[in-house]
Design a protein around this ligand. Structure first.
Ligand code: NOJ
Length: 870
């Protein structure tokens, strides 16, 4: 492990710290925002804050700083392990990846990825998947789940980690995030919404001593209306923790960006939980604390070889409080926030301790793998946390399957169909389903992308396993080149399995360093060629795609024999049977695209391409503003291959009899926000140096990060603290708490923003001959009188029906909030409805390009048979 630590630091040469910010293009600002707002002022957190503050007022300086950082990378069982405060009953907190299940363990479920869950457009399934994930984290003794991911938002089609989130639209992403959070936290696990913010590509994401991380330059309106939207909803649902991104925003590293953490997150969104750094994203001690960071993970410095075990915080935080550079008030707030989240989830009541070890699969091993000498002990107890979670995993994988094309009703297949199966993706990786660490390879069935967002498979039910279980009549050619011996017959149906993969930057797969640099949006392993070759010999071809995101299909999509195309996304362990249920028609497919499929990569604006090497800090300027994915295609009048939200079924649906009812009368700006409530108060006096001294006879472990100081160091720091010396605080620094901006007032922002402006209902009828589920998608079109440049349509809500038998109907309820009708006014710094009496078009239908029902807000009436706005 020590060798690994040296290795992973080889690129980090000791030298000058990054002191100066690189300039960013004019107009992109991260204004100073101080101080860090205290938490505890919303009613729903007051009891947890009461408990937390009772404890904090009784804790020593070193106990408090010990909770705000990890004990070092690979210095505990989990990917992140905070220090403890055992004297007051607080254990180390275990933080563990990832969004689709417990990473690096056993007897867990490998759930369908976020993008797959997003493709279901099913709120109930999103929630139930969250509950099941939460149960597994709790069962393994994990306090903090490092998910869900809602950033990246999918601005860049080649971005490596889009698949961890739910789709390239802020509202779809927001529902995915908030329902996951509600599910996870219902089990007592603290969820972590990540990565704040605009973390849209993998390459150049991190700061190192040679190069600053990429700067995402985002204007204020775009930030609010796109990238912040899912975070606001997550905060509104009470998320306990937020992970700050590696990248910079407008030139300021997210991990010390006071505008983001203090201003936007804690004041405007009223976030009550704690902010943690991404792993080694922290690049300063005092500055990051003042800017609002509450927890440093995994605790180590990013700019010193990890083997030495040094920290910006822990002992340095202790020193900084003693010498007066970080006000004790800031430390008290950070500690209170962490403990408030702990109490809010009830983790003081019989919460299990970790019973697994992410570093080894052995039962017994070193307790601190990165220490030179570590005590050994039982580290893996192999606790089975799967319960019946395979059921929801399979349901989500199945209901995400998106049927894009189905000519001549080739699907569903009959049970006696003669099948010829092509492509290595149809069967498990012959080297073993977990043979590549963190799934860092694309071999065999692609059930998830790679990186920290992956999990080990307990088993993988492959498509071939699914066919075997059905006793289907099939022949499988386990190759990605067209075989000469397949003996095509006119009665055959050929099914071709193809993939496109991506992941996190620390692993490069087939030339792709996380982002899809070398593969582009093309299928991997000559998938296009394989499909064309199969299509040349077989008259009936089904293409099944396992993919992380958009791909190009033009080489084969229109070939006459390619009659059916299905996106099965990233199904996780239940890849096979979930697909069989759709292919053989047990259920009708009901997934819808969570992103647009282009005809060419040139269809996208240049600004959403990956940023390559640049001298100095890579600059990534979001010049396309609000116009990503379908909003761009619509504005530029480009017909995609398939529009956002598209998805066919084996049956057909009509949307009719819509109603719209005004609920809350609108005003141009929302009513004045409620004032902040009380927050805990503590002494602001610098604590005595003795609170930092090493306890006597303490048995130290080399490389472990502790919060204590030697007596002489603590005394020296305290002497500075009692002098008149002034720390050179950043520009704009103040230590006076603010009342908060007008757009704030509760978790997520001014509560009036979330009031229902209009209730909408629509009747969905199954007009075909088979059972199926439909999704009603609601898009808002701003009134024509509005002079504010706004996308033609924007998704604002959706609902899925239950299974409707042929001829059956269901009435779905959707809603439009005040925020849904507002724009972020950069001058007023508030959400503003541009034309209060204007006639907003509320469009409802089955896809973004298939909206034929329009309700008008001015007339409070709805009409069918309208021409779709795009
Ligand atoms: C870095 C990733 O960006 C983050 O998502 C993950 O949770 C941490 N590593 C911990 O593995």
């Amino acid at each position: 492990m020590v060798a690994l630590l040296v290795l992973c630091c080889a690129s980090v040469v000791a030298g000058a710290a990054i002191q100066q910010r690189d300039p960013v293009p004019a107009g992109y600002v991260a204004a100073p925002y101080y101080p860090a707002p205290h938490g505890g002022w919303t009613a729903d957190w007051s009891e947890s804050y009461r408990k937390a503050s009772a404890l904090v007022s009784n804790m020593t300086l070193a106990e408090k700083t010990n909770l705000t950082a990890g004990t070092g990378i690979f210095m505990g069982r989990c990917v992140g392990n905070s220090g403890s405060a055992l004297r007051v009953g607080i254990p180390q907190l275990c933080l563990q990846d990832g969004p689709l299940g417990v990473r690096n363990t056993d007897h867990n479920t490998a759930f369908p990825a976020g993008i797959t869950a997003g493709a279901t457009w099913d709120k109930d399934q999103l929630y139930r998947r969250g509950v099941a994930i939460g149960e597994e984290f709790r069962g393994k003794g994990i306090n903090v789940h490092l998910g869900p991911s809602v950033g990246p938002l999918g601005r860049k089609p080649r971005g490596g980690r889009n698949w961890e989130g739910f789709g390239s639209d802020p509202v779809l992403q927001a529902f995915g995030g908030l329902l996951s959070i509600e599910g996870i936290q219902s089990t007592g696990v603290i969820a972590t919404l990540k990565h704040l913010i605009a973390n849209e590509q993998e390459q150049y994401r991190m700061y190192n001593i040679i190069k600053p991380g990429i700067s995402s330059n985002v204007d204020d309106r775009t930030l609010h209306e796109l990238y912040l939207w899912p975070f606001a909803e997550g905060v509104r649902s009470g998320v306990g923790s937020i992970m700050i991104g590696y990248n910079a925003v407008n030139g300021s590293a997210c991990s010390q960006n006071s505008y983001l953490m203090n201003g936007i997150l804690k004041d405007e969104l009223g976030f009550q939980g704690f902010v943690m750094s991404d792993w080694l994203a922290q690049i300063s001690g005092v500055a990051s604390a003042l800017a609002g960071l509450d927890m440093s993970m995994p605790g180590d410095r990013h700019d010193v070889p990890l083997v030495f075990g040094t920290s910006y915080w822990m002992y340095e935080y202790t020193r900084s409080v003693l010498n007066g550079s970080i006000p004790v008030d800031r430390l008290n707030d950070a500690t209170t926030r962490i403990l408030a989240a702990y109490f809010k989830m009830g983790q003081d009541q019989d919460y299990p301790r970790p019973n697994f070890d992410a570093n080894t699969q052995d039962a017994v091993g070193p307790l601190y793998p990165a220490a030179l000498f570590s005590p050994e002990g039982v580290v893996n107890e192999f606790v089975d946390v799967q319960a019946d979670h395979a059921v929801i995993a399979r349901e989500v994988a199945r209901d995400a399957i998106t049927l894009l094309k189905n000519e001549d009703d080739l699907l569903p297949l009959t049970s006696s169909a003669s099948l010829k199966i092509f492509g290595t993706d149809a069967e498990k990786n012959p080297d073993g389903i977990n043979s590549c660490a963190d799934q860092g390879c694309n071999k065999g069935t692609l059930g998830m992308g790679w990186g920290s967002g992956s999990a080990r498979y307990p088993y993988l039910n492959s498509p071939i396993d699914g066919l075997k279980d059905r006793s289907a009549n099939y022949q499988f050619f386990n190759t990605d080149s067209f075989p000469s011996n397949s003996n095509p017959s006119p009665n055959d149906t050929a099914i071709v399995f193809v993939t496109a993969d991506s992941g996190e930057n620390y692993i490069t797969v087939e030339g792709n360093p996380g982002d899809r640099t070398s593969s582009g949006l093309n299928l991997w392993h000559n998938g296009d060629r394989l499909i064309r070759d199969v299509a040349a010999k077989y008259a009936n071809v089904v293409v099944v795609v396992h993919t992380v995101g958009p791909i190009l299909m033009e080489e084969w999509h229109d070939l006459p024999s390619v009659k059916a195309v299905l996106f099965a996304h990233l199904p996780g362990q239940e890849a096979g049977d979930s697909l069989m249920q759709v292919l053989f028609g047990d259920v009708s497919p009901s997934g819808h695209l969570p992103y647009t499929l282009p005809k060419s990569e040139d269809d996208y604006p240049d600004s959403v391409g990956l940023r390559g090497y640049q001298i100095g800090q890579p600059q990534d300027t979001f010049t396309e503003g609000l116009y990503i994915d379908y909003k761009h295609f619509n504005k530029a009048n480009i017909t995609p291959r398939y529009a956002f939200g598209h998805g066919l079924s084996y049956t057909t649906f009509s949307f009719s009899d819509a109603t719209i009812v005004a609920v809350t009368p609108l005003t141009a700006t929302p009513p004045t926000r409620p004032a902040k409530g009380e927050t805990p108060t503590y002494s602001t006096a610098i604590p005595p140096a003795s609170e930092a001294y090493w306890p006597e006879n303490f048995d130290r472990i080399w490389r472990y990060l502790y919060s204590f100081l030697e007596k002489d160091e603590a005394d020296a720091a305290a002497e500075i603290g009692s002098s008149t010396a002034e720390y050179p605080y950043p520009e704009g620094y103040s230590n006076v708490q603010k009342p908060g901006p007008p757009a704030g007032g509760a978790q997520g922002g001014n509560p009036a923003l979330f009031e229902t402006a209009f209730d909408v209902t629509v009747t969905v009828t199954n007009t075909g001959s088979r059972a199926g589920k439909a999704v009603a998608q609601l898009y808002v079109q701003f009134p024509s009188e509005s002079t504010v440049d706004t996308p033609i349509i924007q998704l604002r809500d959706f609902e899925k029906t239950s299974t409707l038998e042929a001829g059956a109907s269901q009435t779905l309820k959707l809603r439009v909030t005040r925020k849904d009708l507002s724009i972020w006014d950069v001058v007023a710094q508030n959400w503003v409805i541009p034309v209060v009496d204007g006639d907003y078009g509320i469009w409802v239908g089955g896809a973004s390009d298939n909206l034929h029902l329009r309700c008008g807000t001015a007339t409070s009436s709805c009409a069918g048979d309208q021409t779709s706005p795009v």
